[in-house]
Design a protein around this ligand. Structure first.
Ligand code: SF4
Length: 350
């Protein structure tokens, strides 16, 4: 049918051709329908599984499918971006990817999606910054020209996880580490993926390194509700243990390890103590309350999906403040040799 083919592969010229010979009234209705279809298809607004999106006048098409995710590749203008807000202790943030295949229900980073539809589809797409390695080399050279006696401090990553499932194939984060190790920045890596252990051979060459493993709950059942696509809690605990035991901390390597329980999600009472005990392998535990969107900026608020899941855990959220304080107290009692920090303070290197 002409209208189907027009809607699927339209140009304005074709539209005019197809419309010739139709009655004026019908032509108006049909033209309107065709134009709407053209915009929906070409601007990627009609399907949760869109095949392309627009970025500053360029159309970016899906490169491949990896698991459930559409994978795109794009060039970034810069890779080291000025760190602000919560992590303004650092000179730069470094995000090798845009989007995140883990798609955690509470993730604020969805607010930084290229468009509204991709924000709704958070977790089902990821963009590889394909020129990241080249730009990083240039940007670090530039920094050192300006600051010959000072290494920058870098927080990787602030709005994605640097160990995306696609990283197993792309090795982009690994290649960025290979560049960084030559310049020896103060580096903090924030991840929830055991894939980081793949890079121990490079990580143990950094002189100032902190690794933050995100584990927001000690209960697997809660993890499955709030972040079903992310690695299991035992896998993350094993990974941080492996890092602690395989990365030297000596006179030449100031290496530190944290578990970030942020935002603190419910923990089943009979699993809490055992979880806390397992955290004694790190030197810092960071906690932070679960912020409802009304308490945060509209741009970077907690996603609605998490607000719905929270209702299942009314036994925890009805006394959220009390539970938070009690959990903090238990951390302090059971982990006397571990630094317990809250919120922003916990995300600094020192
Ligand atoms: S892993 Fe981090 S960036 Fe990715 S969805 Fe979860 S909270 Fe967001």
């Amino acid at each position: 049918m002409r209208w189907v083919s027009l809607a699927l592969n339209p140009t304005y010229k074709e539209m005019a051709k197809v419309l010739a010979g139709e009655s004026r009234f019908l032509r108006c209705i049909q033209l309107k329908t065709a134009i709407i279809s053209w915009f929906e298809i070409n601007m990627g607004t009609n399907s949760p599984c869109f095949k392309e999106y627009w970025e500053t006048k360029s159309r970016i098409s899906v490169m491949e499918k990896f698991g459930n995710a559409n994978v795109y590749a794009n060039n970034a203008k810069s890779i080291l971006n000025k760190a602000t807000g919560f992590i303004d202790y650092y000179d730069f943030t470094l995000n090798p990817y845009r989007g995140c295949q883990y798609g955690c229900s509470y993730c604020y980073a969805a607010a930084f999606s290229p468009n509204r539809e991709m924000r709704k589809d958070w977790g089902n797409w990821v963009i590889i910054k394909q020129n990241a390695v080249e730009i990083l080399e240039k940007e670090l050279q530039k920094w050192h020209k300006k600051n010959p006696d000072k290494s920058p401090s870098i927080y990787m990553s602030s709005v994605t996880d640097p160990y995306q499932p696609i990283e197993s194939k792309e090795k982009l984060t690994r290649r960025l580490l290979e560049v960084m190790v030559k310049y020896q920045p103060t580096l903090v890596i924030q991840t929830r993926s055991p894939m980081i252990t793949r890079d121990i051979d490079i990580l143990n060459q950094f002189q100032r390194l902190r690794i933050n493993m995100s584990i927001p709950t000690g209960s697997e059942s809660v993890r499955k509700d709030f972040e079903p696509r992310s690695p299991s809690i035992p896998a993350r605990l094993n990974a941080i243990g492996k890092l602690v035991h395989n990365i030297p901390c000596d006179r030449n390597h100031d290496v530190r390890f944290s578990v970030t329980v942020t935002p603190l999600l419910p923990i089943l009472p009979d699993e809490e103590r055992a979880f806390i005990r397992k955290l004694e392998i790190v030197d810092r535990v960071v906690i932070q309350e679960f912020h409802a969107s009304q308490n945060r900026s509209l741009v970077a608020g907690t996603r609605e999906e998490a607000q719905t899941i929270k209702q299942k855990y009314a036994w925890w959220y009805d006394r959220e403040q009390v539970n938070y304080l009690q959990f903090k107290q238990k951390l302090e009692n059971l982990l006397p040799y571990v630094e317990i920090k809250e919120g922003k303070e916990g995300f600094g290197y020192e």
